[in-house]
Design a protein around this ligand. Structure first.
Ligand SMILES: Cc1ncc(COP(=O)(O)O)c(C=O)c1O
Length: 446
């Protein structure tokens, strides 16, 4: 049972508290009252320190698109680790992976590898600044782009400080974000075409780039509208601002990434997660003329250093993962996603609970117990925190549901994000839905 203070996970957490701040190195891996320590994974499951098997609907926040320890990825990493782990020299492996990304996404002419999605965003912003000679950036409220000062802004702001609906304030996520970063970052309202266009136009002369995620995880993978994306593309072009798509998550949307699915070409694309086959990776990709700032011939105009950039193990694992990520596997992921979304909607109605199930392809979210229609991060904050007639908030319901599901052997990302893998089958999903139906019924009755 979770939580259980006599479990091995609880004991490990007590040890961790002595050496790590709050026992933690990664916020998303924390769980109250203690995180569940993982030991090994296989396909759609991982096992915790107490020997419990968990159906993994987090898939390391999307990196494990083929689930845990896929034999072909394991083999690629094993054979590479025996040959060469890391080296201060390029390898053919990075050319292979870059060629594959260029083949898949029309707007990608050059690729530069680093080690995380955050770094990919950092280098994309740096390239945009180098190319345009401007410092300012625009980002969309409710979009997370990693842990850089200039983008850890207005991701999940509080109502007291978030400012007007049509001109959001630039709000640091927690302490430690310098005032200068807040000044340089303009925040756009999600899917508000006219308001966002007006803000960009007012600030155009200082903006190097506009950064957008076409289906932001913090907003439950709610999609940016076609009108919004096309407005960003058109306004950016008109003002010489670069459009950056964050496809760290969204590359999962189709064989040609989110851009292929949405029919909008970015100038630059930040990538990460699944393109490393489960190993650390980031990639800044896009127009050759923009990425030329990192060209070292004759002295690079902008720095692109990194001891582990284009790490041979990540390159090998990434190529193996992409070689198995075919149009057929996307069709499989989409079908699983549709089956799960429909099943969850039916399970909510079966339990007599209102709710919202949102998302795209193999990525989706559920808000339990709210009638509120959500169309941006503000609506989500409101929906999650507004108490129902029985006094419980949808956030409390989500936490309760998460705990019930863990005790039935299923884990998803808090409060309620679901990320599928190609290791899953219809049978897995049906088993998950049967458990979700039961848990929602119990939740409604509690
Ligand atoms: C959309 C998006 N961009 C960037 C990042 C940062 O990637 P990383 O955690 O690899 O630094 C994340 C991480 O979750 C993300 O979801």
């Amino acid at each position: 049972m979770y939580p259980d203070q006599n479990s091995k996970s609880a004991a490990l957490y007590r040890r961790a508290l002595e050496v790590l701040p709050g026992g933690n190195s990664r916020t998303a891996a924390f769980k109250d009252p203690y995180p569940i320590y993982a030991v090994r994974g296989d396909g759609a499951y991982y096992w915790d320190a107490d020997g419990n098997r968990l159906f993994d609907m987090i898939n390391n926040q999307s990196s494990l698109v083929h689930g845990h320890s896929h034999p072909r990825i394991v083999e690629a990493v094993k054979s590479q680790v025996e040959k060469l782990t890391s080296v201060c020299a390029p390898t053919e492996l990075e050319i292979d992976l870059a060629e594959e990304l260029c083949r898949r996404v029309r707007s990608i002419e050059r690729v530069s590898f680093c080690n995380s999605g955050s770094e990919a965003v950092l280098f994309a912003i740096r390239a945009a600044r180098a190319f345009t000679g401007r410092d300012g950036i625009a980002k969309v409220e409710g979009c997370y782009h990693g842990n850089l000062d200039s983008v850890e802004i207005s991701v999940f702001p509080k109502p007291a400080v978030w400012g007007p609906d049509d001109a959001p304030a630039s709000v640091g996520e927690g302490l430690g974000i310098p005032a200068r970063a807040l000044e340089d970052t303009l925040v756009l309202p999600f899917n508000r075409v006219d308001a966002a266009r007006a803000l960009i136009e007012e600030n155009a002369s200082r903006l190097a780039c506009i950064l957008v995620d076409p289906a932001p995880p913090r907003m439950g993978f709610m999609e940016a509208t076609d009108d919004f994306l096309h407005m960003l593309r058109e306004t950016a072009t008109r003002h010489g601002i670069l459009l950056i798509f964050d496809e760290v998550f969204a590359f999962r949307q189709s064989y040609h990434g989110a851009q292929g699915r949405r029919g909008v070409d970015a100038d630059l694309t930040a990538m990460g997660k699944l393109i490393g086959g489960g190993l650390p990776i980031g990639a800044t990709a896009g127009r050759a003329d923009v990425l030329a700032c990192f060209d070292p011939r004759g002295g690079a105009k902008a720095g692109h250093a990194g001891t582990f950039n284009a790490h041979p193990l990540s390159m090998a694992a990434g190529s193996a993962a992409l070689s198995m990520l075919t149009p057929q596997s996307f069709a499989h992921l989409d079908a699983l996603g549709e089956r799960t979304r429909n099943g969850l909607r039916a399970a909510l109605s079966d339990a007599g609970l209102p709710g919202v199930v949102n998302g795209v392809g193999s990525l989706f979210s559920m808000i339990i117990g709210s009638e509120t229609k959500v169309s941006n991060i503000r609506d989500i904050a409101f929906a999650l925190s507004t108490p129902r007639a029985d006094g419980r908030t949808p956030l409390a319901l989500a936490q309760d549901f998460g705990r019930r599901m863990i005790n039935m052997g299923v884990i998803f990302a808090a409060p309620s994000l679901y990320i599928l893998s190609t290791a899953m089958t219809d049978a897995h999903i049906d088993e998950f839905l049967a458990k979700a139906r039961q848990a929602l019924r119990d939740l409604a009755a509690a």
